[in-house]
Design a protein around this ligand. Structure first.
Ligand SMILES: [Zn+2]
Ligand SMILES: [Zn+2]
Length: 245
């Protein structure tokens, strides 16, 4: 009986998520989808200019931002569906702390649709979708990795495979969100390892939020060391830049 309890709890949670109260999670207007179409359109990210490498919004047209021009990241490009700001930050709280895998997969599909619109058709996003891994201890505590659920939605929409075992987090350090931006790179150094990637594989790394890009940078380095031909990044939400002066 005890063995069946987690399964039953998981099934009940999924059933509940499939049968929402028929309201948009953000504006509470009637909606069959987790977000109503008005919220999807109004809140989707549409900066006039953004960095092709890290997706940060730019104040004027340029190929990439100053940071990426000075020190090009290991990943080839980044796309984001929305900005990590109110009210969309509530969605991350829902999938991270509300334990809502169905919502995460639905958002993953939305993210994949925006990838198609942002990246030219001659740039197929990936042959393998990989979630940003959590440290094993953190995964045991939370019970699931929201990036994996997002990645499953992305992979299904793009019609390619997803692999949660390709990239592994070696150790658990302080949460990136608890550190100042300047210390996030050092916190991630050596944090990831990847098993051998089949030759020529383009990897799409999926995460919920990108702020400094340090996690993506070190994860991409590990994947490239393991043989990936290219790493691109897809994040649900991108932290907006500080106000321009
Ligand atoms: Zn709405
Ligand atoms: Zn950039």
């Amino acid at each position: 009986m005890l063995d069946t309890l987690p399964w039953l709890r998981d099934a009940a949670r999924r059933l509940h998520a499939l049968l929402p109260d028929g309201r948009c999670r953000l504006c509470a207007l009637p909606s069959r989808a987790p977000l109503c179409s008005a919220c999807q359109c109004a809140l989707r990210r549409a900066p006039a200019w953004s960095c092709a490498r890290c997706a940060v919004e730019l104040p004027a047209p340029a190929a990439c931002c100053g940071t990426c021009a000075l020190r090009p990241p290991a990943y080839a490009r980044t796309a984001a569906w929305g900005d990590y700001a109110a009210p969309l930050d509530r969605l991350v709280a829902c999938i991270k702390h509300g334990d809502d895998p169905v919502l995460a997969r639905w958002l993953g599909r939305l993210l994949a649709q925006s990838l198609r619109a942002q990246w030219p058709p001659r740039l197929p996003p990936a042959r393998c979708v990989v979630p940003m891994p959590m440290a094993p201890a953190a995964l045991r505590r939370r019970g699931y990795n929201q990036a994996w659920e997002l990645a499953l939605g992305v992979a299904r929409e793009l019609g390619c495979g997803a692999d949660c075992g390709l990239l592994r987090r070696r150790r658990e350090g302080p949460a990136q969100s608890s550190l100042p931006l300047a210390r996030r790179g050092a916190n991630m150094r050596g944090a990831f390892e990847a098993r051998a990637v089949p030759r020529g594989t383009r990897v799409l790394l999926v995460d919920d939020v990108m702020t400094s890009g340090a996690s993506a940078e070190h994860a991409a380095r590990a994947l490239l060391r393991a043989g990936a031909a290219e790493v691109a990044v897809a994040v649900l939400l991108r932290t907006p830049p500080p106000p321009w002066v």
